[in-house]
Design a protein around this ligand. Structure first.
Ligand code: NA7
Length: 870
């Protein structure tokens, strides 16, 4: 190794072994060889190209525009290379890769027709031992898996194939010599991208074509053709800017992330937008029509219906059209396709679709295929049945890490990686576009370059600092794997049986494999890890060991996006404002939130407080009429800002989810009305609601309280006062990030002091406006200070990980439990003081709100049907 630190350990044969000579492998060779590393590259095929070597089926094309699907490291490419089409065909891409390899003299590093079978980490020697099927036994400091995400074809699961006497083809292993279907009866099994691309082309030759479809696909017309001279000129003038915009984009193609929710615009506008996406014919553009297409089921459904209408309009036979319409998964949760005449092909008289969900394939026979109710005769069968995606090619190699741990075993329940680039227990092993990185959800060319660049920077760093070994920590890996799942969980992706979920391969664990928050967010994480001294990695070597352990993304992804957006707005802090301005600012911020769900009825009214009328807003559920339990809700705002309607979206959500009447009751605010005015009013509100339950169409006796922030504290206080004053009877309390103590010494006030919305400085400002320091141990302000919490109504207490008042809430939940109060304590991981209340903004908060509502429903149910006496 020319650059790396020397050790007294055995010198390996090479510095780096690269597995695979596709787009990733070639770029690795370019970077590694120029940096002076000694390397071997093993490629199972007898030539370079990876995916583009193998997938030679008729109609095979890239589904990202050719301009975007290319290397950016070669800026003078336009001198001697030209793309002929918007979406290049497979032979052209393969020619391009050969052109790059020849131009940069990469070929001499490549060993073809050689499959890496095994790679084992030798801990004593700190190197990898790599074995191939040709008998190579090579030692290397590092191994880089550039094996591609879609390179191991799925096994056929159809009986009898060996009996078939006709021709059999696999789109993923297409012969190099031309295949002529002229005059033949052909079957195609599979309607993913490979099927969709090949079916129209095969139909042009075949005498008869029968397509066996298990799951219909969403496909948009590619509108392929010549590249427009204008686009070419625009691109040529600004290539550097274009490439850097691609690197910072959501998908690896320059594009602004849509922030417009579907239903915030008119139906006509939406139709026009969908139509435009259909006309543009670019996948990333289509998925980006509206911000919530991949997260809001209703938004997705409408977009899907647009597609289905297109299919119905194109396909003549109504039954065929119905069979071609996907209905059992949200659009784009399985890889959508780009096509040329796919749906119209079914209008040809010699083309037929067989829906094998209705007519299952029984077996392949000597002469064709038998379904449950029909026998077909074929001259050729084409399998377009997909791949063991993302992990298949990595685990196909017997990779053994520390202590002989097999990667396959480690990943038995799903892959765990750090950044999709590395995996704990496997030092000096890098994965290019591995699971947990944007990979198949992005423009691969951009993601590959980013990964390779990261790896090269990492190797350079190790060398410069005298380290020989790098490995992620369990903490970092667990955190990243959690983050990858968190990102998927706020989308509709997990709803589909897709290869993204591993669902196409029998027995494969059901785990969302790629990282779906976007290339831009992903790159930021990778860069942040480096900026924080390789956060989450252990670096070791003759110079010692270094580890800045930690988790790079701890916030819920949507919460982080909101915080980033807020930070970018550079707003003044509330505590820097006079109170009146702070209130106006708070109301202004509240006004721009999504409204929350529809409820049955909203009634604004007043109720008698201890010192004059108090406003309230009543929310009635949208279900059948009739009396309902009542939740008295106290708003947040730190006793200083907010009012009965300031938590409107949250109250709507609570009302709908709990199927109860929610009465959001105002209380007097500080500094005009300091402690205990708010407590007195809260108590008065609960009394009035209890006394008037019947008139409010509530069920007398079924009364719970709920509150957020200061309101959570008030709800807690009211429960204790009601207990001590002999009523009213409160049957449950739901406390959402409540303020329960005046002691600001707890760790969360320091750990979460700034950067998560509510700051410790603002908490102090609110306390100061509301209550004298001398009163801060009064249990009417600090329910945690009450000497006796026994006999209080059952509780659900939600605390947020990144909240200054988190530890107060935690302490209160623990104290309730200790006092024998049935308490459900929900620690909202990755959330802030406010994020759980952000209805339709922070989707990750929805499960927490669902738990609150469930708890409230259980409080009511338990009171309705009291437990039988023992
Ligand atoms: P895909 O997208 O995995 O498509 C495979 C297709 O084959 C899909 O329609 C499958 O139906 C079908 N299939 C798989 N197994 C069977 C069996 N046993 N019987 C019937 N039908 C089956 O692979 P592609 O090669 O088309 O595309 C891969 C990616 O390459 C593509 O997304 C682009 O990114 C490029 P299923 O949906 O599983 O019910």
């Amino acid at each position: 190794m020319t650059e790396t630190a020397r050790t007294d350990r055995p010198e390996p044969d090479v510095d780096v072994v690269v597995v695979g000579a596709g787009i990733a492998g070639l770029y690795l060779v370019y970077r590694l060889s120029r940096a002076g590393y000694r390397l071997r590259v093993f490629e199972a095929a007898d030539d370079l190209g990876g995916t583009w070597y193998w997938n030679r089926y008729p109609g095979a094309r890239v589904d990202v525009p050719s301009f975007d699907y290319m290397y950016s490291f070669d800026p003078d490419w336009q001198r001697d290379w030209q793309w002929s089409e918007k979406y290049a065909r497979q032979p052209e891409i393969l020619r391009y890769l050969n052109y790059v390899a020849d131009k940069h003299d990469l070929r001499r590093h490549l060993t073809f027709s050689t499959r890496v079978r095994q790679a084992g980490w030798d801990d004593d020697a700190s190197l990898w031992r790599v074995r191939t099927d040709r008998g190579d036994d090579v030692t290397a400091r590092f191994v880089v898996m550039a094996t591609g995400c879609l390179s191991v074809p799925k096994q056929t699961e159809i009986d009898g194939l060996e009996r078939f006497t006709g021709e059999v083809y696999f789109t993923s292993r297409w012969p190099h010599d031309p295949v002529d279907f002229t005059g033949k009866r052909v079957a195609v099994i599979g309607t993913g991208s490979s099927g969709v691309q090949s079916i129209p082309v095969i139909a042009q030759e075949a005498r008869q074509l029968v397509v066996f479809q298990r799951t219909p696909t969403f496909s948009i017309p590619a509108h392929n053709g010549q590249l427009s001279p204008e686009r070419l000129a625009q691109f040529a003038a600004n290539e550097a800017d274009y490439r850097s915009a691609a690197r910072m984009s959501p998908g690896g193609i320059p594009m602004e992330r849509s922030i417009t929710p579907t239903f915030s615009v008119t139906e006509t506008e939406r139709e026009q937008r969908y139509e435009r996406a259909w006309e543009i014919g670019e996948l990333f553009e289509a998925i980006n029509v509206y911000a919530d297409v991949m997260s809001n089921p209703a938004a997705n459904h409408e977009f899907a219906e647009f597609f289905r209408n297109k299919i119905r309009a194109i396909v003549d036979d109504p039954q065929t059209a119905t069979d071609l319409c996907p209905t059992d998964y949200p659009v784009a949760t399985k890889r959508p396709c780009l096509d040329t005449n796919y749906y119209a092909t079914y209008n040809l008289p010699h083309v037929r679709l067989v829906n094998i969900r209705k007519h299952p394939i029984r077996q392949v026979t000597e002469t064709g295929i038998d379904t449950a109710d029909e026998s077909f005769t074929f001259d050729a069968i084409v399998f377009a049945t997909g791949f063991d995606a993302v992990t298949g090619a990595i685990t196909a190699v017997d990779i053994r890490g520390r202590n002989g741990l097999a990667l396959k075993d480690k990943w038995a329940n799903g892959p765990q990686t750090y950044l999709g680039l590395t995996t704990a227990g496997f030092p000096n092993l890098f994965l290019i576009t591995g699971p947990g990185s944007p990979s198949v959800l992005s423009n691969m060319a951009v993601s590959i370059e980013q990964h390779v660049d990261w790896v090269l920077d990492c190797l350079g760093h190790l060398c410069a600092r005298g380290f020989a070994v790098i490995e992620p920590t369990e903490t970092a890996e667990t955190g990243w794997t959690q983050h990858v799942n968190d990102c998927a969980d706020i989308t509709l992706f997990p709803a589909a049986n897709s290869w993204y979920m591993g669902a196409n391969v029998p027995g494969k664990p059901r785990v969302f494999l790629p990282y779906c928050a976007g290339v831009d967010f992903y790159r930021a994480s990778c860069d942040e890890v480096v900026a924080h001294d390789y956060l989450g990695f252990t670096l070791s070597g003759p110079g010692g060991t270094e580890c800045n352990d930690g988790v790079v993304r701890r916030l819920q992804p949507d919460v982080e996006m909101v915080l980033n957006r807020m930070a970018a707005m550079n707003l003044p802090t509330m505590e820097s404002m006079p109170v009146e301005d702070a209130r106006a600012f708070y109301n202004q911020m509240s006004a721009v939130r999504p409204p929350g769900p529809d409820v049955g009825e909203i009634v604004d009214g007043t109720l008698p407080g201890t010192s004059g009328d108090l406003a309230y807003r009543l929310y009635r559920p949208p279900t059948t009429p009739g009396p309902r339990p009542i939740i008295v809700y106290f708003h947040g705002g730190g006793w200083v800002v907010g009012d009965a309607i300031s938590d409107d979206p949250l109250c709507r959500d609570l009302c709908v989810r709990s199927d109860a009447i929610v009465i959001s009751a105002d209380y007097r605010h500080a500094p005009e009305h300091r402690f205990p005015a708010a407590v007195d009013d809260a108590m008065a509100a609960v009394r009035w609601v209890a006394d008037n339950a019947e008139a409010l169409d509530g069920i007398p006796g079924l009364l719970a309280v709920c509150g957020w922030n200061a309101g959570g504290g008030l709800a807690a206080v009211v429960c204790r006062l009601a207990r001590d004053m002999g009523g009213p009877n409160i049957i449950g309390q739901a406390l959402l990030t409540p303020s329960t103590d005046g002691d600001m010494a707890r760790a969360s006030f320091t750990d979460n002091a700034d950067g998560y919305g509510l700051t410790t400085a603002l908490v102090r400002w609110l306390y100061d406006h509301y209550i004298d320091i001398a009163d801060r141990r009064d249990p009417r302000f600090a329910p945690l200070q009450a000497t006796d919490l026994s006999g209080l109504p059952p509780a659900i207490v939600v605390t947020a990980e990144f909240d200054p008042v988190r530890d107060d809430g935690d302490a209160y939940a623990i104290a309730l439990e200790a006092a024998g109060v049935p308490t459900e304590h929900v620690r909202a991981r990755g959330h802030t003081h406010k994020s759980v209340t952000m209805v339709d903004v922070a989707i990750s908060g929805a499960p927490v709100r669902a738990r609150i509502a469930k708890a409230l429903r259980q409080f009511f149910a338990a009171t309705r049907t009291p437990e039988p006496a023992a």
